[in-house]
Structure formats: structure tokens, C-alpha cells
Design a binder for this molecule. Structure first.
Ligand code: ADP
Ligand code: C5P
Length: 244
């Protein structure tokens, strides 16, 4: 087994089927709910498949000069904060087997750096993760499985304070102001309403090992069925008859 850590992909001999459509998983939920943690756990367990993780964060719009001077008034939790067109085009290319360059978003400078981008190659599984990844129906339509990470608001806020002060170097006052002005209202108005699109809701995020095991088992079954149906096309009939 070889791991290309820069591309965030794992490759092994089990992944020889180059002509099948990738299995697309969407992972949504509030900021600091544990989405990335859940994705990492899924990727770890799917170590014998080629998996690529694409974060919606990588597709934040760059701020113009005026927005940069008043960054505390910018709403990073609104659906318009993301360049969904570029994200969609990248995902469509990946789904058609092309390699794509994913920009590196820098939370400190608020800039999307195309260089050095993260090159990702075709994969068996594509995981799309982001607070608003279920908001635009075009993304939902691409997904074979939709997961919503459901973590209590106080836990999310506590994690966010720690993360934004320690990792992003922000002061606690600005974190709390941003939370009450933008993060909480956007969660209520835009993120929580997308929970209804989820196939699976995971309480407690990465602490929920049972949920993650079940999800991984389901993905394995689906990937296996896909391979079988390519060898025995009539299995599609059996499959659709018994599908719940
Ligand atoms: P998201 O991708 O939803 O923003 P992350 O997975 O990045 O969430 O987690 C946000 C923060 O909370 C990170 O600092 C992470 O280390 C921490 N965290 C995530 N899950 C847990 C957990 N189950 N227990 C403790 N800390 C956690
Ligand atoms: O990783 P996570 O899903 O938590 O990232 C989304 C959060 O990042 C949003 O709640 C948004 O407020 C925050 N963000 C930020 N500064 C930026 C870009 C996003 O605080 N420059």
C-alpha cells in the first residue's frame, strides 16, 4: 500500500477498476462539529480504496481590498461566501476521471492560494465536506450518501474558541463576536435546514465509532456491488428489486 499524503489519497492493489464512477459522499454540519474528524476516520478505515477528500473551505472567495480592511464584517458562513461554480467544475472533472488542483485556503490571510495547490487524482470514493455542502442542490444530486454531523452548539462553540485562538491566532472577543453575529444565525438559517437532506445523522461526531463503522461497511458494500454489477450486468435487476 502506498499513501500520497500531499494529495490526501490512498492507493492499493484493490483499486484497479479505473472505469467506474466514484462513490460520492457529502459530509455537512456546523463549524467545529467534527466533520473533518469523521472524514479522516472514514478515510482511515477505507485504507484499501483510493479516497479523496475535498473541503468546501478550499473554495472560499478571495476578499477584495475593501473587504480585507473590514474583515470582521464579512460573513464566512453565508452560502455566497463560497465559489460553488469552481467547486462544482472541479468535482465534475474528478468524477470524469481527470486530476484537479484544489486551492489551499489560508484562514489567516483570508486568501485562496492556487500555488501550491493540492493535486488530486481520480478515486474510488470522493468525500465532499463543508458547512454548506448540502445547500446547493447541484452538489446533493452528485452524492450517493449524505451525512450530517450533529454536535451540540455549546460543544461546537467551545471547540471553535480553542481552535480559532490557538490555531488561527484570533482573540477570544473577535471569535465570540463572529459567532453571535454570523456563525450562529447562519447555522440556524442555512446549515440546520439542510439536515433534512441527510441519509445519516451522526450524533457526537468522531466519538460515534458505531456510526462510522456502519457507514464504512455500507460504502464497502456499495463499492463491491458496483464491481459485481460490472461483471454480471443482470445483477442490476436483482439489486433494484430488493432495494429498500
Ligand atoms: P469541522 O471539520 O466540523 O470544523 P473538526 O473535525 O475539524 O470539525 O473539529 C473541530 C475541532 O474540534 C478540532 O480542533 C478537533 O481537533 C476537535 N474535535 C473534533 N472532534 C472531537 C472530539 N470527538 N473530541 C474532542 N475534540 C474534537
Ligand atoms: O472547518 P469548518 O467547517 O469549521 O469551517 C467553517 C468555518 O470557518 C465557518 O464557520 C467560518 O466562519 C470560518 N471561517 C473563518 N475565517 C475564514 C473562513 C472561514 O472564521 N477566513
Amino acid at each position: 500500500q502506498s499513501r500520497d499524503s500531499e494529495a490526501g489519497q490512498t492507493t492499493t492493489s484493490m483499486s484497479k477498476n479505473m472505469d467506474k464512477q466514484p462513490f460520492v459522499i457529502g459530509v455537512a454540519g456546523g463549524a467545529a462539529s467534527g466533520k473533518t474528524t469523521v472524514c479522516d476516520m472514514i478515510i482511515q478505515q477505507l485504507h484499501d480504496q483510493r479516497v479523496v477528500l475535498v473541503n468546501q473551505d478550499s473554495f472560499y472567495h478571495n476578499l477584495n481590498a475593501e473587504e480585507l480592511t473590514r474583515v470582521h464584517e464579512y460573513n464566512f458562513d453565508h452560502p455566497d461566501a463560497f465559489d460553488n461554480e469552481q467547486l462544482l467544475s472541479s468535482i465534475e472533472k474528478l468524477m470524469h476521471g481527470q486530476a484537479v488542483d484544489i486551492p489551499n485556503y489560508d484562514f489567516k490571510s483570508y486568501k485562496n492560494n492556487v500555488f501550491p495547490a493540492r493535486r488530486v487524482n481520480r478515486s474510488d470514493v470522493i468525500i465532499l465536506e463543508g458547512i454548506l455542502i448540502f445547500h446547493d442542490p447541484r452538489f446533493r444530486e452528485l452524492m450517493n450518501m449524505k451525512i450530517f454531523v450533529d454536535t451540540d452548539a455549546d460543544v461546537r462553540l467551545a471547540r471553535r474558541i480553542r481552535r480559532d485562538t490557538v490555531e488561527k491566532g484570533r482573540d477570544i472577543g473577535s471569535v465570540l463576536d463572529q459567532y453571535s453575529k454570523f456563525v450562529k444565525p447562519a447555522f440556524d438559517d442555512f446549515i440546520l435546514p439542510t439536515k433534512k437532506f441527510a441519509d445519516i445523522i451522526i450524533p457526537r461526531g468522531g466519538d460515534n465509532h458505531v456510526a462510522i463503522d456502519l457507514i464504512v461497511q455500507h460504502i464497502r458494500t456499495k463499492l463491491g456491488q458496483h464491481d459485481l454489477c460490472k461483471i454480471y450486468p443482470n445483477l442490476y435487476v436483482i439489486q433494484s428489486t430488493f432495494q429498500i
